[in-house]
Design a protein around this ligand. Structure first.
Ligand SMILES: [Zn+2]
Length: 673
């Protein structure tokens, strides 16, 4: 297969995605595959194999002090990334320097912008003194380094800056695998060094430009620039012309609001995201088309949602034929419907959605020391997640049974973010907890969810699974190899009980299990390895632990209870052994690393040497010895339950729910020993 063929194939493959979709885990796999092909090694590329660049340069403003040109890609240089991925740049030539907005995907492209503008301008150009990045996408920003020798000011919004800091290394690899520009991987990534705020003069020397940052609408931190004097609005990816916007990583309502703001500026020219080679300039009407599509979509989904429509096939039912002539409609409209549907679900069932510009903080990695970790140990039970360790979040449920008030927020569940994607560990006890989890993930990272790990088949740990079943891309569901059998024999009983306690129907769903762990399994989230271990029957017959190698945190599921009375639903003798093994701390991390911290199934996060971890062992050993004794004395099961349960309940929460049941199980087990 020669280079052209590969490009053509990858174009076919990727044309349905814009670059934000590159975060998509599966595409990442595909890209990795292409990347391993030797044809893509940068050394093998000859000058003539470089993708040609050709621009249409158009002067749209001229005054005594400034000339402004739009730069539009005619050849579809970035077409492998998707039909609409033309970067539309803008160049302003002032007497004392040049201002460039979005210098494109790599230095050759950025240099070509300058040489093309010079041809049209006809005079020698001054140095580039200012560069602006309107969004954190690699195809807009990796050209920055072309101007570095002139030491310009690089400007962006804070969120764009954060996105670049945390993603540019990886995005560059992704971009390179599709647009294998020679030398791109060796170029320095140049980050903004001047942060702009909303509604400000862009820069003391660029007083004609005013900023409009839209970090709430787009979590890539998109910023529009408005030059009132020239009537020019640089709208980047906020405004689309002739193609359908992608809502991935966007907040639909906020985006519509932003477009209204831009519309009110009444610009003469709009520079936005358009089709490759589009010959006409954008205008105010393009803002309207983008806004109309988003508004119609929002209304359509809202009506269906409120009428009780089914979310899982909404993308197939809810068409907007009025917009079907826009490029990308068949690829993206369905995904957009799903996205908006989920926004409604979250608004309805999740917590209040706050737009926060600092939601991306913590996106970069740094090692944690124990002192920092200790500070996080004081996390309390409420409805918020705590970042217990770097990029590791836990919702600590109440110690309680299911109620209509807590809606299953009664166990610990959370997620871990790697450089590539996110793994969820348990989902809480209802759709409500699942949505809370999803909302927190979406607020924290744009990375896809690649795994949902279930520590065992109890409803307080898996009730939120349904939320993740229809995600696109679909995560893999991982559990112990006996999980499915355990669940299928009991899920109807679970659901009956959950309906009585919470008033919610069909909370627990069967499947989908895409990966079973028989002994152990290592998964990699990108710079973040998780070691999964399947245990012998202990709390249940399908207990799975997750060891987060990076932070040395062991997620035990219900193999460990803190404060909440232990619940026996497996095998007592074997659970005693397992508890000792877990707290011995070296054995549980399947890679042999020492465990330092523990996230139990119930109760608060603990250090490995915490006394709390000894208490479960004492309870189980007492339960074992006293039940054994009762059997020896020939006590009936009901006598044994009365006497034993009375002796061991001290010091635990919820003894009334589980203590007697534990003795019953122990009696049944030990009777045969
Ligand atoms: Zn359990």
């Amino acid at each position: 297969m020669n280079f052209k063929q590969i490009t053509k194939n990858s174009k076919k493959l990727l044309s349905s995605y814009n670059l934000s979709f590159m975060n998509n885990f599966f595409i990442f796999i595909i890209l990795c595959f292409f990347q391993t092909s030797p044809i893509f090694g940068s050394d093998d590329l000859k000058e003539d194999s470089l993708i040609p660049i050709d621009f249409k340069i158009e002067k749209i403003y001229e005054s005594e002090f400034s000339t402004i040109y739009t730069v539009r890609d005619l050849k579809g240089h970035l077409s492998p990334l998707g039909i609409e991925s033309a970067v539309h740049s803008l160049v302003e030539i002032k007497k004392n320097g040049i201002f460039v907005i979005d210098p494109g995907p790599h230095p050759r492209y950025a240099k070509k912008i300058l040489s093309s503008v010079q041809k049209v301008h006809g005079k020698k150009l001054p140095n580039v003194k200012w560069v602006f990045n309107s969004t954190g996408k690699p195809e807009n920003v990796l050209g920055n380094s072309a101007f570095d020798w002139m030491q310009p000011v690089y400007m962006s919004s804070r969120v764009t800056f954060e996105v670049m800091r945390s993603k540019c290394e990886q995005c560059r690899k992704d971009l390179f695998s599709v647009v294998p520009e020679k030398g791109l991987m060796d170029e320095k990534i140049v980050y903004p060094n001047y942060i702009v705020e909303d509604h400000q003069i862009l820069h003391p020397q660029l007083r004609d430009w005013k900023t409009y940052t839209f970090s709430c609408a787009k979590n890539t931190g998109d910023t529009a620039l408005w030059n009132k004097k020239a009537g020019i609005l640089y709208a980047g990816r906020m405004v689309h012309s002739g193609n359908l916007p992608s809502l991935l990583h966007a907040n639909t309502y906020e985006w519509i609001k932003s477009l209204k703001t831009l519309e009110n500026l009444s610009p003469k020219y709009v520079v936005g995201s358009g089709n490759i080679g589009s010959s006409s300039l954008f205008s105010k009407s393009d803002i309207q088309i983008t806004k109309n599509y988003l508004s119609d979509l929002l209304l359509l989904v809202k009506n269906d949602f409120n009428a009780g429509g089914n979310g899982s096939d909404a993308d197939k039912r809810l068409g907007l034929p009025k917009f079907k002539n826009l490029l990308g409609y068949s690829d993206r409209h369905g995904l957009n419907v799903q996205h908006v549907w989920r926004e409604f679900e979250i608004a309805q069932f999740g917590d209040e959605v706050k737009c926060s510009e600092d939601s991306l903080k913590g996106a970069t990695f740094e090692a944690l020391d124990s002192n920092k970790m200790n500070k996080r140990l004081s996390n309390k039970s409420d409805y918020n997640a705590s970042e217990i360790a770097k990029n590791s979040f836990v919702f600590t449920g109440f110690i309680d049974d299911f109620t209509k008030e807590n809606l299953g927020h009664i166990s610990n569940y959370g997620f871990i973010i790697g450089e590539q994607c996110v793994a969820i560990i348990d989902t809480g006890g209802s759709k409500n907890t699942g949505l809370r989890l999803l909302r927190k993930i979406r607020k924290t990272t744009t990375k896809p969810i690649c795994y949902v790990i279930n520590t065992h088949a109890h409803p307080d740990h898996i009730g939120g699974n349904q939320v993740f079943r229809n995600l696109n891309p679909k995560p893999e569901f991982i559990s112990h190899y006996k999980f499915e059998a355990a669940l299928s024999s009991r899920f109807q009983t679970f659901n009956k009980r959950l309906y009585e306690l919470m008033g919610l129907k069909n909370v627990v769903i069967l499947g989908p299990v895409s990966k079973e762990v028989k002994k152990d399994l290592e998964i990699d989230l990108g710079g973040r390895k998780l070691f999964l271990k399947a245990w012998k029957t202990s709390h249940t017959d399908n207990d799975l632990t997750v060891f987060d190698d990076y932070n040395r945190v062991l997620w035990t599921g219900d193999l460990l209870f803190v404060d909440h009375i232990p619940v026996l639903d497996g095998n007592l003798s074997s659970w005693i052994k397992t508890t000792r093994e877990l707290t011995k701390s070296r054995n549980a991390g399947s890679n042999g690393l020492q465990v330092k911290f523990i996230v139990p199934g119930h109760g608060k996060f603990q250090k490995i040497d915490s006394e709390k971890l000894q208490e479960q062992n004492e309870y189980l050993v007492n339960l074992y010895n006293l039940t054994k004794q009762a059997l020896k004395e020939g006590k009936t099961i009901s006598d044994a339950v009365e006497s034993v349960s009375h002796e061991i309940k001290e010091g635990w929460d919820l003894p009334e729910l589980f203590n007697k049941r534990n003795v019953t199980s122990a009696y049944a087990e030990l009777e045969w020993e």
